[in-house]
Ligand binder design. Sequence first.
Ligand code: ADP
Ligand code: MG
Length: 402
Amino acid sequence: MGKDHILVGLEIGTSKICVVVGESKPDGSIKILGVGHAPSRGVRKGEIVDFDTAQKCVHEALVDAEEKSDVMIQSVYVGITGSHISSFNNRGAVNVPEDQEEITDMDCENVRGAAKEVSIPSQNAFIHSILQHYYVDGQDGVLNPIGMIGGKLEADFHIIHGIGNRIKNTIRCVREIPLEVEDVVFNPLAAAQVVLNQNQKNLGALVIDIGGGTTDFLVYVDGAVKQTGVLAVGGDHITNDISMGLRIPMARAEKLKVEEGSVILGNSLPGETILLKDDHGFAGKEIERETLNTIIHMRMRETLELLRRTLLQRENYLDYLGAGVFITGGTSQLKGIDNLAQDIFEMPVHRTHAQTMSGLTSAFENPQFSTAIGLIKYAQAIQLDRPSGWLSRIKRKIPFFG
Ligand SMILES: Nc1ncnc2c1ncn2[C@@H]1O[C@H](COP(=O)(O)OP(=O)(O)O)[C@@H](O)[C@H]1O
Ligand SMILES: [Mg+2]
């Protein structure tokens, strides 16, 4: 099997580290060969805070993935998140040289450069500039301007940037293992590639990836990425609230949330309780089911309402989401989360995971793996877009971090 056909995604999450090994098939499909994972330590709210510890965990997940896939992993696509990441939309414009007959790929590169001629904080670096739409001499809806005749080329981009040193730290953590980093990809961009199909992107969709320490989101309208971001709140905040509110150890709170928890209120019988057995210095306790669910409900409602407010801050794209909301990530498994999200966003909400893959079914059915699987899909898309050769290698160098 040629190395070129093997693609590896690495997500350094707050809860778990996940390495997915996939094989890109000539027909554009992907076969999942193996998934390695390890509990994550040294990561807070999606960012590495203890370098050595996080590196050990990445190594553990990597070894697991190599064993399960029977592939020697040499390079990876790394997902990144963290509340330092921000984004905006901007239009770039260039004049096509008069002696030039038609618009070339160089003009398209130049218009991308022009869209990035905006000031971002000095410590920040560009992570992505995602094309939305081209315009040739004011004509909109141009899908591919290369080869067209025109004097002025414009394009709208969604631009994502973040603190350079934080991103460099993630890259260093991986490179020291040692593993080559092919590219860094903002997490929800990866997840969206496998939870949405083209039709849903065209209709308009909001993807919410609720993990342990962050809630990452992305909005597609009319087939283009319009909004992205990160909230520094996730499922671990629910666990923390349960632990504090019910005065039980964190590990018990986590188990209680996963096994018994629900965001739906008013469904338990009056006085219905859950018995926590005694264990290792914990005296045991009776918990009222409605109290547990109220704690979960309050935190989840607050998080989703915060997300809604954040999305509405700049422009109202919520009215253009014909396909609705798609929730993934570990916390999407919380019972009733779709009903609550439906109330808040007032549109259909789907709990989802990676779609249309072959290979390990159990892997793509797990919403905790959506981002890592999405990284492979993302990688495949850029590799298909850039045939191998000198220029493609130059382009593939990580911007600012190569
Ligand atoms: N069945 C479940 N019900 C509710 N929450 C869950 C369930 N399984 C996992 N979680 C929560 O999902 C979060 C981890 O999700 P994940 O997507 O792996 O996070 P990250 O990418 O940040 O590492 C944790 O907060 C965990 O408690
Ligand atoms: Mg995640």
